[in-house]
Design a protein around this ligand. Structure first.
Ligand SMILES: [Zn+2]
Ligand SMILES: [Zn+2]
Length: 455
């Protein structure tokens, strides 16, 4: 029975989420429109039809949890490290003091920019059992303090940052077509759509959200695709003098040397006139941002759209356009030739000899400024800036040439990823028959390839 349930669960092809926190790399995700109950019902039916033994709902559910499979949920997510620490502290009777909200007020943050993180409310008043030698407690204390510090910094940037301040996040697993109620649709290998969202932090200056969207038939979800989506956002905001991106700390693609090199080069190029771009990172597990709120709005819009049916990718793009009003979101639907691969790649040997070398995992802030090809970073939000060179001498020589044109070094895609014939045939045969006739053309026109690139 164990094996039968496992195979059934795997038949939904749960996907690894590249942008989850690094300490939970084995977690797999299923799309939002699937529920454990629906999966169990279908399993149970199938077994009965084949006159095979079935199992209870709770057995199925337990197996799903044991396999580390989750359903993508939007909104506040609980932090695993905090939960583990909470359990440890209860068991060991340890109490840990973390930096309270009041400490930040004393540092002179204006009243209006007060730390609004609800998780900062449960600070301990007194420590009755200071666990000076408990590694678990000390590590958690550091984690919690960083989480509070970065949240306060985020809240402060809402009003204090002098320029465009947005949070950036990729919307979690969206599969198309979405036609709730039809098992055939939910249970088949659909196409994955991407929505890299750049949402204003809020506060006093609230501009439009910018959604950069594409799907796996156009391009993938690799580091260069994320770099291409950042570039789209920079091009839309190319006249902003100062740009600030708040990112989650989980995605390896948000902390990637090729992305850093690309940022240094684009801010020094004629592609944009921006003077500086800053990256700031939230602590893993405490990464709720304005972009997540926008994703929740998109999800709501999708449920209302055409009775919850999103037959095609253009319908999905429309849902994003209508996700919220005042101001309406700007939507850039990426074509394959908007994607590129950078030709400047990071060589680890450049920094390996440095005594004090930057470790991307520890970095909290990075700043890319026009006029400098160096990498400027901070391991906290208030410590001194550090800097180092991240280009090889050969690269620098090329960059400094008068004739150097950064845009010409980008290798743009010459074709889309496409879809394998067998997969397309399945969608046409099984799914398109459930759609209004006018929606089938989109699927019929998808460009076929022999072997699709690895996603
Ligand atoms: Zn936490
Ligand atoms: Zn402890």
């Amino acid at each position: 029975m164990d094996e039968a349930v496992k195979n059934d669960i795997m038949s939904y092809s749960p996907t690894i989420s590249h942008y989850r926190r690094e300490h939970a790399p084995n977690v797999l995700y299923l799309p939002t429109d699937l529920t454990c109950q629906a999966m169990y019902d279908s399993f149970h039916d199938k077994r009965l039809k084949q006159s095979l033994e079935s199992c209870s709902y709770s057995f199925y559910n337990k197996k799903l949890n044991k396999m580390n499979i989750r359903f993508t949920k939007l909104g506040h997510e609980l932090c695993e490290r905090c939960r583990e620490a909470e359990i440890h502290m209860k068991l060991a009777n340890h109490v840990v003091q973390t930096t309270g909200e009041s400490d930040f007020l004393e540092e002179g943050y204006p009243e209006a920019d007060r730390c609004a993180d609800s998780s900062a409310d449960d600070e301990e008043e007194s420590s009755v059992n200071p666990p000076e030698d408990c590694v678990k407690c000390l590590q958690w204390q550091e984690h919690k303090n960083v989480a509070i510090r970065s949240r306060c910094e985020y809240d402060r940037d809402k009003t204090m940052f002098n320029g465009l301040a947005v949070s950036v996040d990729l919307q979690k697993v969206i599969q198309l077509p979405r036609m709730e109620g039809f098992k055939e649709v939910i249970f088949s290998r659909r196409i994955i759509a991407m929505n890299e969202t750049f949402a204003p932090l809020g506060g006093q200056k609230k501009g439009p959200t910018h959604a950069v969207v594409w799907n796996e038939i156009i391009s993938g979800r690799k580091a260069c695709d994320i770099i291409s989506s950042f570039t789209q956002n920079l091009l839309v905001n190319k006249d902003q003098e100062h740009i600030l991106y708040w990112l989650d700390n989980c995605s390896s693609q948000n902390k990637n040397w090729d992305l850093m090199l690309h940022m240094i080069l684009i801010v020094n190029s004629s592609m944009i006139s921006t003077r500086d771009v800053t990256f700031k990172y939230l602590e893993s597990g405490h990464t709720f941002m304005s972009a997540d709120a926008f994703h929740a709005a998109v999800e709501r819009r999708m449920r209302l759209f055409n009775k919850g049916e999103i037959p095609t990718y253009p319908d999905f793009v429309n849902c994003i356009k209508q996700a919220n009003g005042d101001p309406e979101p700007i939507v850039t639907s990426m074509e394959y030739n908007d994607f590129f691969e950078p030709t400047f790649h990071f060589k680890p040997s450049v920094i390996s000899r440095l005594k004090d070398r930057p470790k991307l995992a520890n970095i909290k802030t990075v700043k890319f400024s026009r006029g400098s090809y160096e990498f400027h970073y901070r391991n906290d939000f208030s410590t001194e800036w550090k800097h180092c060179s991240v280009f090889t001498n050969k690269q620098l020589k090329q960059i400094r040439k008068n004739s150097f044109d950064f845009k010409l070094t980008l290798k743009y895609r010459e074709a889309c990823t496409g879809i394998e014939k067998s997969r397309k045939d399945f969608i046409l045969r099984k799914l398109c028959s459930l759609m209004p006739a006018g929606k089938r053309t989109y699927w019929q026109d998808l460009p076929e390839v022999e072997v699709a690139e690895e996603f």
